[in-house]
Design a protein around this ligand. Structure first.
Ligand code: 9PG
Length: 474
């Protein structure tokens, strides 16, 4: 463990943190405020690192890979790492009377860490992020424009809905590069090759037809998960990550019940992951959204106990990448962030967008800002601006439709403006047939790729931290 003392009154400082995985909070806050700790166990597993969760004490902030302390004038301190492929780099800042104690704990092989005082926190954080990105051979390809089925069809997606939207997008001259099938085509979590009853075909039937319309075929998978009802689980119970009690470890609650994760230190699991990557490539998909990846990185009992959990995670994503091939475009989601650098092309850097601005009950009263909402998605992705040196950021979809949505016109416009500031991938799930002229116009605007913006200052106003981006409107 590394430890530093910052001899500065905590009251005058802000802290910038980035949580464990895509959906975890990232934010700039007064150091003396309280980092929100989720109330329920399942919220910890799905949005945080159960091995290094927020403490819930006022003045104690936990962050993965990077942490910064900033004074009102933008000077301060920045912590970073030189490598994070097989190691979780866990930072904590603790306000203690007239000073701050900063600790950095490594979980995994020893790696170099940096703690630097700087006249310009923004520039130093960006320099650290760039250094880490280049040391880990970050892939930062051209951002793509993606139509994704999730945020309007959810699990009820069908083969026909995919093709109808692709045809209409072509007719309307919408500039999508990729048409991506999301969750719902498969019979069960883990049984990727068996179709669901409602899908109306097999996922392998789609790519050729999408290509004929001029789109790159994309598909969603949660390659590290298995549901208790799946054939995968029935056939290979010994492949599951386990708890101390020897039972398969539930790694979250979704799809109507608990779900398990594969143990990526098991050689047969790694072979199965390689094969899965190759299989979906063989079906004709070259854009692969791989989701719920955090599952393989949670604390648990593994086949090879000498492998740490960060390394186990890395072995899993590397195996999938090997199978998919070096030219597949891989989007990580629900994924430990820095540990994915060099393997993924793009990364979701916030929780899901939803057709509501904010779910105050969950965010404020249940203390969980990792849930789906436009506010949570954009706030989190903006707070990770410097991570565009690690992968193409994916701030998630714009919502341009008026129907099936509770967003107001100014809220839809605000999303478009913030996507422009964040840069990275551009995506939409709007059923094209639901878009009126105004919606089509907004969508065309949202599909214009921009370079990520950078904040010009980090300041404290009336006790609340505010980030200013140079495009300035938000
Ligand atoms: C498909 C979706 C979409 C979406 C992903 C991810 O905590 N949760 O229960 C939880 C459920 C779903 C979710 C995120 C968190 O969404 O981000 O784009 O692919 O899975 O199921």
């Amino acid at each position: 463990m590394h430890k530093w003392t910052v001899n500065e009154a905590p009251e005058g400082l802000k802290v910038l943190i980035s949580g464990f995985q895509s959906w975890s909070e990232a934010e700039l806050q007064p150091l003396t405020a309280r980092q929100v700790a989720p109330s329920y166990h399942w919220q910890v597993e799905q949005g945080h690192d159960p091995g290094f969760a927020p403490s819930g004490e006022a003045g104690v902030w936990r962050s993965h890979t990077v942490l910064a302390l900033a004074r009102e004038d933008g000077s301060g301190w920045v912590g970073g790492a030189l490598d994070a492929a097989r190691t979780f780099v866990q930072w904590e800042a603790r306000a203690q009377g007239d000073h701050v104690t900063v600790t950095c704990t490594l979980e995994g092989p020893e790696v170099g860490v940096l703690w630097e005082e700087t006249p310009d926190v923004i520039a130093t954080l960006e320099a650290h992020a760039a250094q880490l990105g280049s040391a880990m051979h970050a892939r930062t390809p051209t951002p793509l424009r993606v139509w994704c089925s999730w945020y309007s069809y959810y699990r009820a997606v069908t083969l026909d809905a995919m093709l109808d939207n692709a045809r209409l997008a072509r007719e309307q001259g919408l500039d999508f590069d990729v048409f991506q099938l999301d969750d719902g085509f498969q019979a069960d979590l883990g049984d990727w090759e068996l179709p669901s009853a409602h899908f109306g075909g097999h996922a392998r039937d789609l790519p050729e037809r999408l290509r004929a319309l001029g789109f790159t075929p994309g598909i969603w998978l949660a390659p590290f998960l298995a549901s208790p009802t799946s054939q995968l689980f029935a056939q290979h119970p010994d492949w599951m990550l386990r708890g101390e009690d020897g039972q398969p470890l539930p790694v979250g609650q979704n799809w109507g019940g608990p779900y398990y994760a594969l143990d990526t230190t098991h050689p047969e699991v790694l072979a199965w992951l390689r094969n899965l990557g190759a299989t979906v490539r063989g079906w004709g998909y070259t854009y692969l959204k791989i989701d719920f990846l955090y599952g393989a990185s949670l604390p648990g009992v593994r086949h090879d106990p000498s492998v740490g959990r960060a390394q186990a995670y890395r072995m899993g994503i590397e195996a999938f990448r090997e199978g998919a091939g070096p030219d597949a475009f891989i989007l990580g989601c629900g994924a430990p962030l820095a540990q994915s650098i060099g393997v993924v092309d793009a990364m979701r850097t916030g929780p899901d967008v939803a057709p509501i601005w904010d779910e105050e009950s969950r965010r404020v009263w249940l203390g969980d800002a990792t849930g789906p909402s436009a506010r949570n998605a954009l706030h989190t992705a903006l707070s990770r601006w410097y991570q565009s040196a690690w992968y193409q950021p994916d701030p998630d979809v714009a919502i341009c439709r008026r129907e099936l949505s509770m967003l107001s016109t100014p809220e839809r416009e605000a999303i478009a403006g913030m996507l422009d500031v964040i840069g990275g991938l551009r995506a939409s799930s709007d059923p094209i047939a639901l878009l009126n002229d105004e919606g089509l116009e907004l969508l065309r605007r949202c599909l214009q790729v921009s370079t990520p913006d950078r904040p010009v200052s980090l300041s404290l106003r009336g006790g609340a931290a505010v980030t200013h981006f140079s495009r300035g409107e938000f």
